[in-house]
Design a protein around this ligand. Structure first.
Ligand code: APR
Ligand code: PHB
Length: 390
């Protein structure tokens, strides 16, 4: 089999890239290790920057997002038992974010791709990129026990943090930057109305908490937990009790609880692999970088990478120019590092660290007090939260 661009991974990065390329007549095949149902059962974050929505508009996969997504014009910071609103729209000249689950973005892109008859091979086993240091790369895989080969001009590694693409690059060609945080997030999804119309990021002495949502009737809550904690030790009652203790009394009293649909623990990590291009192999999304979820940047960064990669590949295939692919890694990384900085900063500001000294505690409190008293500091937060331009 032959295609122009072999895409490894059918997460949001791979699917969005596939749709952008399809629109300009560039042929793609997506190879995905898991089944469609497995991919669509993964619960991920749900805050979309306007740039991400714009890309979904560009490929025509945003009808449901506009019908069901919730525009949010502010977020709350809660500390010292007080809620402080960050007026995203006023502080950024009218920008906002949209609450719409990443799982739904993935479903919309998959449905559109299937309707257009573009090839996605699910349950592709032992996917392996080859020859990307030359002009004739190819990908091998097994489908239903049969070995297959996909020839292409370019390989897009959109296969997430644990994927094969980055792992196929010789380690001496990669530079890794990493921070692992000494805690995790325990998340709970429930069909209960959200406690507030907007998201609440809470710093308390018992640890961080986040009140988020998927709709007016479905809530997503998180609490900071120890890294070595087991989800089985957290009954729903224990979760709700702990969440209440991290909120101010009025918000805690307003909380509607109910049985969990899902509960899981995620580690927190900052990670960047440089560069994002190796000959004819290009990394995009979680394959190249991870952010802690505090800034809600994971999916949005995957989208901006894909925007840069799409523009570069369009230049390569349609204008026969390599200038775009030569600039890809540099352009994408410039935005990646800014989002890494924001996610690290907000994580450091809002969490309790195990070894934190009383001095560091006071520094966190002072920074939060300064933040909410300064229009300039609030504007810096807001402009990063809604997403830097690209
Ligand atoms: N072969 C084929 N597919 C693979 C392989 C492999 N060896 N390894 C992983 N995959 C698939 C995964 O099953 C997954 O469907 O690649 C896909 C990667 O998708 P994501 O992990 O969702 O990564 P990405 O598309 O970059 O999305 C960005 O935003 O909110 C964040 O981390 C969150 O997933 C999110 C990300
Ligand atoms: C979520 O709704 O899952 C969510 C929202 C905001 C974040 C992280 C996760 O910062």
């Amino acid at each position: 089999m032959r295609t122009q661009v072999a895409i490894i991974g059918a997460g949001p990065a791979g699917l969005l890239l596939g749709q952008l390329l399809h629109q300009v007549g560039i042929d793609t095949v997506i190879l995905e290790r898991k089944s469609r149902d497995y991919v669509l059962a993964r619960i991920r974050a749900g805050v979309l920057e306007q740039g991400t929505v714009g890309l979904l508009d560009q490929v025509g996969a945003s009808a449901r997002l506009h019908a069901e997504g919730l525009p949010h014009h502010g977020v709350d910071l809660l500390f010292g038992e007080q809620r402080h609103r960050v007026a995203l729209d006023r502080l950024t000249g009218g920008k906002h974010v949209t609450i719409y689950g990443q799982t739904e973005v993935t479903r919309d892109l998959m449905d559109q791709r299937a309707a257009q008859g573009a090839a996605t091979i699910f349950e592709a086993e032992d996917v392996e990129p080859h020859g990307f240091d030359g002009a004739q790369p190819f990908v091998t895989y097994r489908e239903g026990g049969t070995s297959k080969r996909l020839d292409c001009y370019v390989i897009a590694g959109c296969d997430g943090y644990h994927g094969i693409s980055r792992a196929s690059v010789p380690s001496e060609a990669l530079r890794i930057f990493e921070r692992v945080y000494p805690f995790g997030w325990l998340g709970l999804l429930a069909d209960v109305p959200p406690v507030s119309d907007e998201l609440i990021y809470a710093r308390s002495e018992r640890g961080f908490a986040l009140c988020s949502m998927r709709s007016h009737t479905r809530s997503r809550y998180y609490i900071q937990c120890r890294q070595d904690e087991h989800v089985d030790d957290w009954s729903d009652t224990r979760f709700w009790d702990e969440l209440r203790r991290r909120l101010d009394p009025a918000t805690a009293a307003a909380l509607t609880t109910g049985p969990s649909l899902e509960k899981s623990i995620a580690p927190l990590r900052s990670f960047v692999a440089e560069p994002m291009r190796f000959g004819r192999l290009f990394l995009a999304g979680d394959a190249a970088h991870i952010v802690p979820p505090t800034g809600a940047k994971g999916l949005n960064l995957a989208a901006s990478d894909v925007h840069y990669l799409f523009e570069a590949l369009r230049e390569l295939f349609l204008d026969k120019s390599e200038a775009g692919i030569d600039a890809y890694s540099h352009k994408a990384l410039a935005r990646v590092w800014k989002a890494e900085r924001f996610s690290w900063w907000l994580t450091s500001l809002m969490h309790q660290f195990p070894e934190q000294s009383p001095f560091e505690q006071r520094m966190q409190q002072a920074e939060l007090d300064y933040l909410v008293s300064s229009e300039h500091a609030m504007a810096a937060l807001a402009e990063n939260y809604v997403g830097l331009p690209y």
